[in-house]
Design a protein around this ligand. Sequence first.
Ligand SMILES: [Zn+2]
Length: 320
Amino acid sequence: MLTVDVGGTKIAAAVVGTTGEILAKSRGASPDSSDEVVLVDAVEHVAREALAEAGARAHDMEALGVSCAGIINTHDGVVVYSPNVAALRRTPLKAMLAERFELPVWLGNDATLAALGEWEFGLHRSVQDLVYVTVSTGIGGGIICGGRLLEGSCGAGGEVGHMTIDIDGPKCACGRTGCWEALGSGTALAERTVRRLEDGEVSIIGELSGGDMENVDAQIVAIAARQGDALAQEMIDVTAFYVGVGLGNLINIFNPSVLVIGGGLTKIGDPLLVPAANVARERAYMTSACEVEILTARLGDESPLLGAAALVWGLYGGKW
Ligand SMILES: [Zn+2]
């Protein structure tokens, strides 16, 4: 099985064995282009590298499973819109990749498939009710409800990052305001920090970023926080609060037995995750808050690649 994961900054591909083991892997940068053909060329290149690494050819594969950032209409295999991948706008990605590889193609949202991967290969289906949230450049999620992947009417369910947290909040990449993603993501953390630095706040973040505000990202803020920088610690606290508010909403709505948090921001570790979990429990109803176990993702970057394999194998209890 060949799987690919198409994101705003990187493309990854894997050859996955029959029991969900990764036999070969490849990755490359997403092209800085708004041309869908350039993007599909890059996806093909990374996928063929993974095949070469495994010593296999496309026609040895049973299918291609594709995980992609953005709103996807799973009925017709079209990426309707992807806030972080400019090349994808009403792109018939399923058909384009089927033509390139001459394989049957399954396509799903990256966070939804990451949830499926974590459920199937991380937790081995030990639970029936799972909420998965990835906090990274943006915020995405996937929901397993009663042992089935929640898909929604056209496969766009689980877009947790765009629930409104503050109607007067900052502008989101989706064009609306006050979404969870605009307040609790790595991008929000970096933007909030830059505003404070531009207001003249003294911090070692200025030094760590070489004096260029464009370089300020969640990773640099995390490094500064570990060195005891007060601004960095405050920025992580604020972000943890917003992450926790959104998690609390999800606990109330879905009453999951397990809530899995993945994505790049989890690399900050306890300084982010502990206060976020505390806020989530404080803001959720006590019954649900007592029930839920909050865990970090087990599969890391591999969860969407493995989730795409689970999608192809029909291991989702759904109707795609
Ligand atoms: Zn939004």
